[in-house]
Design a protein around this ligand. Structure first.
Ligand code: PGA
Length: 247
C-alpha cells in the first residue's frame, strides 16, 4: 500500500485524476470502478476539465459503481446514479449504456446482487477501482462487521454511516437504511485500487487502515493484501500515517 500526500484537497484530486486519465489514454477500453461521496467530486471535475480540453476520450470506457441506496430511483437527486450523471456521465462522451450502477429499486434485491456480480464478471476485471473511505473504515457500503463480505450484497447501513450521510439529506430520517454494495472480495478483484481521503476527520481511519490490525471491524484494512493500492490523502487526512512512515 503506497501513500501519496498532497498539500491541499485540490492537489490530491489532480494527482489521483492524473492516474485515471493516464489509464484511459493508455487503454481507451478501460473498465473503471467508480465511487460516490464528497471526496471523489474534485477528481470528476478534473476529468471533465481534461475532457473539455480535448485531452480525454471516454467513448470506449466502461464504468461500474460500487453501490446504490435501496429504495431510491435513478431520478432521485440523492441516488448514486443521479450523482454520477451529474458529476461525470452527463459531462463527458461516455455512452450511458457503458455506465453501470446497481439498481436501487429492484423487485428482488438478492437477485440484483447476483446479476451485478454477473455483470462485473462479464465486463471486468476492473482496471482501476476508485474508493473513498468512511469514518468507520467502510469501503463501498461494506460496514464494520464480523466478516469481510465477498460478493455484492444487501447491506444494513450502520448508524455512523446514516449520521455521516445525513448531511446530504434534509433530515437523517430520510437516509435510506439499506444499500446494495459490491463486496470486499469484489473490490479486491480490481487490478489497481486508488483510495482517496480528505480532511482531519479521516486521519485516524487512514492510519488504522495502513497500520492497525487487519480486521473486518476496519473493512478497508483488507486492502493491505491487495498488490496495487495507492492511497491519496491531503495533508490533514494523511498526517498520522505520514508521521508513522517517517518514524
Ligand atoms: P466521503 O465518503 O467521501 O463523503 O467522506 C466516503 C465514504 O463514505 O466512502
Amino acid at each position: 500500500m503506497k501513500l501519496i500526500t498532497a498539500t491541499t484537497y485540490e492537489e490530491m484530486c489532480q494527482k489521483a485524476a492524473r492516474v485515471l486519465a493516464a489509464q484511459i489514454t493508455l487503454k481507451p477500453q478501460s473498465v473503471l470502478g467508480l465511487a460516490t461521496g464528497s471526496t471523489p467530486i474534485g477528481i470528476y471535475q478534473e476529468l471533465v476539465r481534461e475532457y473539455q480540453e480535448g485531452k480525454l476520450n471516454f467513448s470506449q470506457v466502461t464504468t461500474v459503481n460500487l453501490d446504490e441506496y435501496l429504495g431510491l430511483s435513478p431520478e432521485n437527486n440523492q441516488s448514486y446514479r443521479y450523482f454520477m450523471n451529474q458529476h461525470l456521465f452527463n459531462k463527458v462522451n461516455i455512452p450511458k449504456e457503458n455506465t453501470h450502477v446497481p439498481n436501487g429499486q429492484p423487485q428482488n434485491p438478492q437477485e440484483e446482487c447476483r446479476q451485478y456480480e454477473e455483470l462485473l464478471a462479464a465486463v471486468g476485471p476492473v482496471d482501476i477501482q476508485l474508493l473513498g473511505i468512511g469514518n468507520n473504515g467502510h469501503i463501498g457500503f461494506n460496514e464494520p462487521c464480523g466478516h469481510f463480505p465477498e460478493f455484492t450484497h444487501v447491506v444494513n447501513l450502520s448508524e455512523s454511516t446514516i449520521q455521516a450521510n445525513s448531511r446530504f439529506f434534509a433530515h437523517s430520517s430520510q437516509v435510506p437504511r439499506q444499500a446494495v454494495s459490491m463486496g470486499i472480495g469484489t473490490i479486491m478483484k480490481a487490478k489497481k485500487i486508488l483510495l482517496v481521503a480528505s480532511g482531519q476527520g479521516k486521519a485516524q481511519i487512514v492510519y488504522d487502515m495502513m497500520f492497525g490490525p487487519v480486521t473486518p471491524q476496519v473493512p478497508a484494512s483488507l486492502l493491505r493484501f491487495h498488490p496495487d493500492v495507492t492511497v491519496f490523502a491531503d495533508q490533514e487526512a494523511g498526517a498520522l500515517a505520514l508521521a508513522a512512515l517517517s518514524k
